[in-house]
Design a protein around this ligand. Structure first.
Ligand SMILES: *Cc1c(COP(=O)(O)O)cnc(C)c1O
Length: 446
C-alpha cells in the first residue's frame, strides 16, 4: 500500500511545474497531436478529491477524469478486488471461456438499471462501443434502420457514434463520411428554446415527434437515443415531463427508447441513473464511465426479450468484460452502495449550487445554473438578454482555475459551459476551497 494522500491542495511550483513540462516535451515528440491534454500537469497518484502531479503539487479534482472516478481514484475496494483478480486471471475472452465476474457485473446492472422487468446485459470496453451495440440491437430487434439523436448529443468517437454526436470541432471535423440512417432533432433545451424556457416542455415534444413523423416515419425508426442529462453538449437537462412523454411515444410506435447513461449513471445525478428521477424506464441503457472506478468497461442492458433475440455470437469482442475490469466494477458498485454515494451526490449539489448562486448574483455573465447531483453546470453568456455564448470567458476562467491547482472542465456545443463533476468521495473542505478558487478566477477574468 502506498502512503495515503492528504486531502489538501498544495502548490509547490507553477502549474504545470518543471517535471510536468519535461514530460510534456516527451509527449509532444511521441504522442499524436490529435490527442490533446486539457491541463498538462502529469499525474502520478490520486485519491479522494486530490491528484498529485510529477512536481508534488496536489490539485483539487473537479472532473473525475470526466465522471469516471466517482468512487475516487484507486478506491480501496477497487484496488483490493483488482489486485486479487489480476493475480489470478487476467483474460480468457468471455466468448472462449467464461468466468463468474462477468456474470456478476451483468446481474448487478440488471438489478440497478431502471425498471424491474427481466433484463439481460452485454459488456464492452468503452461508452462508444456500448452505444454502437445499442444501435445494432435496436436495428436487429425492430427490423428498422432509422436512429434519432438530438442536438448537443455526444455518443462517442467511433464512426457510427460520431454520426450521432452533434459537435463538429473537435470531434467530427474532416473525419467523415459518417454512418447513414442517423437523424437529428432539436433538444428540449429550456434555456435556449426559441419559444422561451416556459414553453419548452410543451413545444419540444410536439415538435420532435412531428419531425420524426415527417422526415423519417415511425415505421422506419428503430430507436430514439438520448442522454437523460446531456454530458459533453452542455449538461442540458430536459424539462420535467419530456423524457416520460418521449419514452411513452416510443412505446406506442414500436420504437426503442435508448438512454445513454454513460456520463449520468452510477450515482452521479443523485440517483443510480438519471432516468430514475422521473421513473423513466428505457428499453436499452448504455453505461460506462463511472462503472468501474477508472478501469475500461461498459455495458448495454436491456429488456430480456430484446437482448435475447440476438443470435449467439452476434455480440461480443476480445476484451469486453475483461475479468480485471469486472472486478473493479464490483468493487466500485459495492463502494457506491456502502457509502450511499447517491445521497452524497445530492449533498455535493447543495454545496455547489449555493456558491454558484452567489456568483450568479454578482456576475451577469452567469446565464444559467443547471444539472442534478454532482453533475452541475454553469452556462456563461456575454449578455443575459441576447444569451450570446461567452466561450472566451469560459476558457479564461478555466485556465485561471488550472493555474491555481483546481482541475475544472468545460463543455457545451458552443464552448461556454463550466461543468462540475467532482469525485463523490471528495470532502466538503475541498469543495468549498475549489469554489472559492473559481470565484477568484471569475473575478480575475471578467
Ligand atoms: C463519454 C461518453 C460516451 C463515449 O464513451 P467512451 O468511453 O469515451 O467511448 C458516450 N456517451 C456519453 C453520454 C458520454 O458521456
Amino acid at each position: 500500500m502506498s502512503t495515503p494522500i492528504e486531502q489538501r491542495r498544495i502548490l509547490r511550483t507553477a502549474i504545470p511545474g518543471p517535471a510536468s513540462q519535461a514530460l510534456h516535451a516527451r509527449k509532444l515528440a511521441a504522442v499524436s497531436s490529435g490527442v490533446s491534454t486539457g491541463l498538462p500537469a502529469y499525474i502520478e497518484r490520486a485519491a479522494g478529491g486530490i491528484l498529485v502531479d510529477a512536481d508534488g503539487n496536489q490539485l483539487i479534482d473537479f472532473g473525475s477524469g470526466i465522471a469516471v472516478t466517482s468512487v475516487g481514484n484507486a478506491a480501496p475496494k477497487v484496488v483490493e478486488r483488482v489486485s486479487a483478480q489480476v493475480a489470478e486471471l487476467t483474460h480468457t475472452c468471455f466468448m472462449v471461456n467464461p468466468y463468474e465476474e462477468y456474470v456478476a457485473v451483468c446481474e448487478k446492472l440488471n438489478e440497478l438499471t431502471p425498471g424491474d422487468h427481466p433484463k439481460r446485459t452485454a459488456l464492452f470496453n468503452s461508452g462508444a462501443e456500448a452505444v454502437e451495440n445499442a444501435v445494432k440491437v435496436a436495428r436487429h430487434y425492430t427490423g428498422k434502420d432509422g436512429i434519432v439523436a438530438f442536438d448537443h448529443a455526444y455518443h462517442g468517437r467511433t464512426n457510427l457514434t460520431l454520426a450521432m454526436t452533434a459537435k463538429n470541432m473537435p470531434y467530427k471535423h474532416k473525419f467523415g463520411p459518417f454512418a447513414s440512417e442517423l437523424y437529428r432533432v432539436p433538444m428540449a433545451y429550456p434555456y435556449r428554446w426559441p419559444g422561451g424556457p416556459q414553453h419548452c416542455a410543451d413545444e419540444a415534444f410536439d415538435y420532435i415527434i412531428d419531425q420524426i413523423h415527417a422526415q423519417i416515419g415511425e415505421e422506419n425508426t428503430a430507436a430514439v437515443i438520448i442522454e437523460p442529462i446531456q454530458g459533453e453538449g452542455g449538461f442540458v437537462v430536459p424539462p420535467r415531463g419530456f423524457l416520460p412523454a418521449l419514452a411513452q411515444w416510443c412505446r406506442d410506435n414500436n420504437i426503442l427508447f435508448i438512454a445513454d447513461e454513460v456520463q449520468s449513471g452510477f450515482c452521479r445525478t443523485g440517483d443510480w441513473f438519471a432516468c430514475d428521477d422521473e421513473g423513466v424506464v428505457p428499453d436499452l441503457v448504455t453505461t460506462a464511465k463511472g462503472i468501474a472506478g477508472g478501469m475500461p468497461l461498459s455495458g448495454l442492458t436491456g429488456r430480456a426479450d430484446i437482448m435475447d433475440t440476438i443470435h449467439p455470437g452476434g455480440l461480443g469482442g476480445t476484451y469486453g468484460g475483461n475479468p480485471v475490469a469486472c472486478a473493479a466494477a464490483l468493487g466500485a458498485i459495492e463502494t457506491m452502495e456502502e457509502l450511499d454515494l447517491c445521497s452524497r451526490a445530492r449533498e455535493i449539489e447543495a454545496i455547489l449550487r449555493a456558491d454558484l448562486e452567489k456568483l450568479a448574483a454578482i456576475y451577469p455573465q452567469v446565464g444559467e445554473i443547471r444539472g442534478r447531483g454532482a453533475m452541475i453546470a454553469m452556462e456563461l453568456v456575454t449578455d443575459r438578454e441576447t444569451k450570446e455564448p461567452a466561450a472566451a470567458l469560459t476558457a479564461a476562467i478555466n485556465k485561471a482555475c488550472h493555474a491555481q491547482g483546481l482541475v475544472t472542465l468545460t463543455c457545451g456545443t458552443l464552448g461556454n459551459v463550466f461543468r462540475f463533476l467532482p469525485p463523490l468521495v471528495i470532502s466538503d473542505e475541498l469543495l468549498h476551497e475549489g469554489m472559492s478558487i473559481l470565484a477568484d478566477a471569475f473575478a480575475a477574468s471578467v
